[in-house]
Design a protein around this ligand. Structure first.
Ligand SMILES: [Zn+2]
Length: 471
């Protein structure tokens, strides 16, 4: 009865269905199975539900109700479909495109495409990249480190309807220099002392970052304690300003050093050896989020050995410009191939699943640490958007259930975005960032690719139309 009254009241305000943003526009999804990844057991699925969205927020989620439809409401038939919170990729980089030319520090293709041209392309292509994310059901991303223009990118996304919500970190506080990426606004800055670290953190805090990020690169023989002091100085300054500290630390020794230094977010699984009890205890003490980011290493190996092949999702929902460039190695003469490429092209099995990283994901997850889903999109072979399905496949192979993966990619993703109370759950009052699926995501996480509609900020998008609009 309450919902009937609600709808009647709404009818007074609802105007004709509009594609653009309108505080009074109403969207009704009828007969849908609402998925609650934050819950367990039978409560996860709420069948035969009606979801009402007004403006940018969810107004009501009701069950087994028949109601009069408000005049002018946009009505979506949700029968035989599943409604989930919008997905969050908690680890991306917009200054990178995913093509061969995007990381000259890993493979120098400057002789084919100058790096400056590649970065300029990525900057100019942001609106298309935003649409690609939405078309894949991703309504929020965390760009966890890039040039200072990352902050302008966040502003641009916030002003653009057809864009995911974006949280950002600025340039990475790094243990090593990375000259091939050093244009006039470098994404990675070598820091030698805690004081120098503080100086950079200060410059970033002036732009209101969502995270301060450290690139804790480790080589045998490194003075880990000295590096830990830099991370701690950065972390203390971040925390004093109410910001979280994210760290790239892929070896157990530096992952533990990062946690001692106050890390809130580890952006990769630990890949070199099994995590131990000390690691788990430190992770729990810091109440961290842990993003396994499993596919990215393999993606380099596949792309640089010319063995990368587009998945069905990549064929239809990757940026067509990037997709077209993924087999450029067929045309690049041997004398212009970087040595790493020559080596990988000759290797029998150049790409392997990260077995230790996958085992560690399972162990960390089972210990009760908060897992998020992230791809490191933008790195060579990890394309913005559809690479999430590759990542989630590896998470499933690691032993996480489809529900656990969905939770990582939605409810926990909202924590990564810094909006745990506004996103990540389908309930009244939350922002209307939602995905309507044609298949049950609890049967197989691959069903998350069956995107029927994407709703961001209350606006409904057809993924196919989004993709067509960028061709
Ligand atoms: Zn990254």
């Amino acid at each position: 009865m309450l919902s009937r009254l609600l709808i009647a009241a709404l009818a007074l305000f609802a105007t004709a269905a509009q594609a653009h943003h309108d505080e009074l526009s109403v969207v009704v999804i009828n007969g849908v199975t609402v998925v609650h990844p934050e819950l367990e057991g039978a409560a996860v699925l709420q069948p035969d539900s009606t979801v009402i969205i007004q403006g940018s927020r969810i107004l009501a989620v009701t069950q087994h109700t028949t109601m009069e439809l408000p005049q002018g409401a946009q009505v979506i038939d949700g029968r035989g479909k599943w409604l989930i919170p919008g997905l969050v990729d908690a680890h991306v980089h917009f200054f990178q495109s995913g093509n061969l030319y995007t990381r000259p520090d890993a493979a120098d293709f400057n002789a084919v495409v100058p790096y400056a041209q590649e970065v300029a392309r990525n900057k100019a292509r942001l609106d298309a990249t935003f649409k690609v994310w939405l078309a894949n059901g991703v309504t929020g991303v965390v760009d966890i480190g890039g040039p200072f223009w990352n902050f302008d990118m966040r502003d641009r996304a916030a002003k653009t309807d057809a864009a995911p919500r974006v949280a950002v970190a600025g340039p990475l506080i790094s243990m090593i220099a990375d000259p091939p990426l050093d244009l006039d606004d470098p994404p990675i800055i070598k820091i030698d002392t805690p004081e120098a670290g503080l100086e950079l953190v200060k410059r970033e805090l002036a732009r209101n970052p969502d995270f301060i990020k450290v690139w804790f690169i480790y080589d045998k023989g490194d003075d880990v304690a000295a590096h830990e002091a830099i991370v701690k100085a950065a972390g203390d300054a971040a925390h004093a300003a109410g910001k979280r500290l994210a760290v790239h630390a892929t070896e157990l020794v530096v992952a533990k050093a990062s946690l001692r230094a106050g890390a809130d977010y580890l952006v990769h699984s630990v890949f070199d050896e099994p995590v131990d009890d000390e690691f788990i205890a430190l992770a729990k003490k810091n109440n961290i989020i842990y993003c396994p980011t499993l596919f990215v290493e393999e993606s380099y190996e596949l792309a640089l050995s010319n063995k990368w092949r587009a998945t069905p999702e990549e064929q239809t929902r990757a940026d067509p410009e990037i997709l077209a460039a993924m087999d450029d190695l067929n045309d690049i003469p041997a004398d212009k191939r970087p040595p790493i490429v020559t080596k990988l092209m000759q290797a029998e099995n150049p790409a392997k699943d990260p077995v230790i990283g996958m085992q560690n994901l399972k162990k960390v997850h089972d210990a009760g640490i908060t897992i998020v889903m992230g791809t490191d999109a933008g790195n060579i072979g990890t394309l913005h958007g559809p690479s999430i399905y590759r990542e989630m496949r590896l998470m499933q192979q690691s032993g996480l259930t489809p529900l656990e993966i969905l939770r990582a990619a939605t409810t926990n993703g909202a924590i990564a975005l810094g909006k745990p109370n506004d996103l990540g759950v389908v309930e009244a009052g939350r922002l209307a960032d939602l995905v309507l699926l044609d298949a049950d995501p609890l049967v197989d996480s691959g069903n998350l690719a069956k995107v029927n509609r994407v709703i961001k900020d209350g606006i409904v998008y057809d993924p196919e139309a989004l993709m067509k609009s960028i061709r």
